[in-house]
Design a protein. Structure first.
Length: 294
């Protein structure tokens, strides 16, 4: 029996990957109390200082975890703070968050370690481009949440009218739509049959409706697929799959079901003509010039 077409690439986490991680960590963290904090890389806390970080979070209990765009929003009750605390996490390009047994060997690039008793909650980041901070100002600037009820065609159209930039470039603007990155922008535009070069303010109402639906569909499918892959979240596997590793005994292939991204020269799944790649705002865009004329 032939396996399905293999497509697997390590990539920067976007909304679906962060959502999958959020759903995984939430039940593991709820009710756990922070008994100790070790900060190995103060850079990831910025602008929070290590002293403020420890004073605020020591003794605090995890009460919730949500996602906003590409950010993880940890909710805690802290005895010292006297009010609910929000801890903001961003994985950057290479960040990983996982729970490990208390006395397991820590990864070389562990940036922050929370002592939760029998377990440790670890934030690891090879390049230290991510964040784990008490400063929540970054989320105040985020745009529409694409999977929320607020992401309606009319609202999306009003936001797009102000911009002359190419629609692919604007989809990467987190102040327009939160959480969409390079991969899913290319995928959504392909599904909506829209040229990535078309000016954002030149899209018709019908095209905007198609694009809005395509964004929601491609993100929802990625979350659903990512939630069913047997993954290893404990940090002991570094193969890059969903940035935290393939589980022991999982299939040795992973089909991410992307139709155009990183498929330059391969046949379009619709018309069989070659997929092309171009550079927009220093990022690679993959598209079918035949199917995406509009």
């Amino acid at each position: 029996m032939n396996r399905p077409a293999i497509f697997f690439k390590i990539h920067m986490p976007e909304l679906p990957e962060v959502e999958v991680l959020t759903r995984h960590l939430r039940p593991l963290l709820l009710g756990k109390t922070i008994r100790g904090i070790s900060v190995r890389r103060a850079k990831v806390l910025a602008p929070t200082t290590p002293g403020e970080f420890r004073r605020t979070l020591l003794g605090a209990k995890f009460t919730g975890l949500a996602r906003r765009g590409k950010y993880l929003m940890f909710r805690l009750d802290g005895k010292r703070a006297g009010k609910p605390i929000t801890l903001l996490g961003h994985l950057g390009m290479t960040g990983r968050m996982f729970l490990a047994r208390k006395h397991e060997r820590l990864p070389v690039h562990a940036a922050v370690i929370f002592d939760l008793g029998r377990e440790s909650f670890i934030y690891e980041d090879t390049r230290y481009f991510g964040r784990l901070t008490l400063d929540g100002s970054a989320t105040a600037k985020l745009g529409l949440e694409p999977l929320s009820r607020d992401f309606q065609p009319a609202t999306f159209a009003r936001a797009l009218r102000r911009f002359r930039q190419a629609i692919k470039v604007k989809l990467l603007d987190q102040m327009l739509v939160a959480g969409v990155g390079n991969i899913y922008a290319s995928e959504a535009l392909f599904r909506a049959r829209l040229s990535p070069k078309r000016a954002a303010n030149k899209l018709t109402s019908r095209q905007i409706g198609r694009l809005r639906n395509a964004i929601r569909k491609v993100l929802a499918e990625a979350i659903r697929w990512g939630s069913t892959v047997p993954l290893n979240f404990d940090g002991n596997n570094s193969d890059g799959l969903f940035y935290f590793g393939r589980a022991s005994g999982a299939p040795d292939f992973y089909e991410e079901r992307l139709q155009v991204y990183d498929r330059e020269g391969q046949p379009c799944p619709n018309c069989r003509r070659p997929i092309r790649r171009m550079t927009q705002a220093a990022r690679s865009t993959y598209y079918c010039p035949h199917c995406q004329r509009g």
